[in-house]
Design a protein around this ligand. Structure first.
Ligand code: KIV
Ligand code: ZN
Length: 519
């Protein structure tokens, strides 16, 4: 294991899980979920939180505004295209933040300028100067991005960057929008800007790498080695298409390999595993088992040779300790005799700081669960996340009875409460899950199509809680609902109803205009 011998220079972590990450199809989060993620990121030591794209919808505007009010330490950033209306909206949304930032961008590559913007080079240059200067009238901290920078001609990129800095940009972001760059090439691009742009020392250079070739983390680190001092990334690497650079991988690579990359971040790395679970829960995107740092298998050793080595000395096969990223052995800590005080303490240890009413609700559900099975930390996490997810539901499942087996048609009886009105239905289906989903459709008719139905277990064992994800699509909108219960069929019904509730929230939000943004 390496040790840090050289004095580490600081690299800022810019998290865009709530903006670029949320834009992944099906990853939409509710306001409450976004606030919970933002507060967690703030507590973990993220330097800048990009909370959303305020002009894209009323919902995004409200989320950015609320996050700006609540975040205590991090800068809160809102995205804006180069137009004044976008910038005004972003400025208004981040106004209440302790450290407000506006992030404005425009495409600079020939292919984007010609086909997407239908603008010539001079018009783009004018827009760069005007948008940055306008944003600087609203806030002191302005970030400018050259969208599709890695496919931009170098001379033109240098002119744009120089002008953005002259107009007041304090951070210059160099996105690999389409995930096309290689690490060597990205290193050279940042080095080229450092060498050729005369005023480059007046701004922080940032990387924003997409993962289409699986190179997002490598490219970001190459950028840091060349002189970038801000890395844009998302928890679990979520984001449009193949996603963005994964925050946990960037942070741990810098921490573990400080001998080759002497840079420090402000991240409390023991909070990474929980951040990953939180984002996976609220988006419904499972984390790949072998995902670096936060995957279920990242610290498991299966083969006999590895296990033997580990028993002799952990450094034989482990380059970092599981506890460095917040991974610990599953522990059985609470039982049905545990009281409120112990439960509240446990919640705090797991990173939850809930209001009294929410603790009370979670405690009641914990007691119900403890009557049925042993309760592990993971069960408590599932139970509290589930409670947060269901708090503002329009449709609530009141009763469910399912019959299935050999020799008769699977049948379902269900009662839904739709804003106070009770709707009772009886259906049959091709299987019990089909019968349940048909019952929901009958009680609450809708056109959404089922895109994903996924079942997993929260812990090991046959008494484990089932964790179900359901993704629905309707008119270009996608939502993912989740449900957890010891009964897989009940969890499935909860997940579908949750997706439907999210869809209702999304239907209410109307985009003010068609947005054409690279993510
Ligand atoms: O990928 C990209 O270019 C972006 C910009 C809006 C920064 O997300
Ligand atoms: Zn992006």
């Amino acid at each position: 294991m390496s040790t840090n011998t050289v004095k580490a220079e600081r690299v800022r972590i810019f998290d865009t899980t709530l903006r670029d990450g949320e834009q992944s199809p099906g990853a939409a989060m509710t306001l409450e979920e976004k606030i919970e993620v933002a507060e967690y990121l703030d507590g973990m030591g993220v330097d800048i939180i990009e909370a959303g794209f305020p002009i894209s919808s009323q919902g995004d505007f409200e989320a950015v505004s609320e996050i700006a009010r609540r975040v205590k330490n991090a800068a809160v950033c809102g995205l804006a295209r180069a137009g004044f209306k976008d910038i005004d909206r972003a400025g208004a949304a981040v106004k209440a933040a302790k450290r407000p930032r506006i992030h404005t961008f425009i495409s600079t590559s020939p292919v984007h300028m010609k086909h997407k913007l239908q603008m010539g080079a001079n018009a783009v240059l004018d827009a760069v100067g005007a948008s940055v200067a306008y944003a600087r009238k609203l806030v002191d901290d302005v970030q400018w991005s050259a969208e599709d920078a890695t496919r931009t001609e170098h001379d033109f990129l240098c002119r744009c960057v120089e002008l953005a800095i002259r107009s007041g940009a304090t951070t210059i972001n160099i996105p690999d929008t389409v995930g096309y760059a290689t690490p060597q090439e990205f290193f050279e691009l940042i080095a080229m800007l450092k060498n050729r742009v005369p005023n480059i020392d007046q701004a922080v250079i940032a990387t924003h790498c997409h993962n289409d070739l699986g190179l997002a983390v490598g490219n970001s680190l190459a950028g840091v080695l060349a002189g970038a001092r801000q890395v844009e990334c998302t928890i679990n690497g979520i984001g449009e298409r193949a996603g963005n650079a994964a925050l946990e991988e960037i942070v741990m690579a810098l921490k573990v390999r400080g001998d080759r990359m002497p840079f420090a971040t402000g991240i409390n790395t023991s909070m990474l595993a929980r951040a990953s679970k939180l984002v996976s829960n609220v988006t419904g995107f499972p984390v790949q088992f072998n995902k670096a740092i936060v995957g279920k298998n990242a610290f498991s050793h299966e083969s006999g040779i590895h296990q033997d080595g580990m028993l002799k000395n952990v450094e034989t096969y482990e380059i970092m300790r599981p506890e460095d990223v917040g991974v610990k052995e599953t522990s059985l800590v609470l039982g049905k005799l545990s009281g409120r005080h112990a439960f509240r303490k446990k919640l705090e240890q797991l990173g939850y700081h809930l209001a009294d009413a929410a603790v009370e609700d979670a405690f009641r559900r914990f007691k119900d669960l403890a009557d049925k099975k042993k309760v592990f930390d993971e069960d408590i996490v599932a139970l509290v996340d589930d409670e947060i997810v269901h708090r503002q539901d329009t449709i609530v499942m009141k009763a469910l009875k399912v019959e299935c087996g050999i020799g008769f048609a699977p049948a379902c009886e269900m009662t839904l409460d739709v804003e106070g009105e009770e709707r009772r239905v009886k259906t049959t289906g091709d299987g019990p899950v089909d019968a349940i989903f048909r019952a929901i459709r009958e009680a609450y008719p809708h056109e959404a199509t089922l895109e994903v139905y996924q079942v997993g277990a929260v812990t090991a064992g046959t008494d484990a809680q089932a964790n179900v994800n359901v993704r629905l699509a309707e008119d270009g909108r996608t939502v993912t609902g989740k449900g957890a219960d010891t009964d897989t069929l009940v969890a499935s019904a909860h997940a579908y109803v949750n997706a439907l509730n999210k869809l209702l929230v999304k239907r209410k939000k109307q985009a003010p205009e068609a947005l054409n943004v690279a993510r």
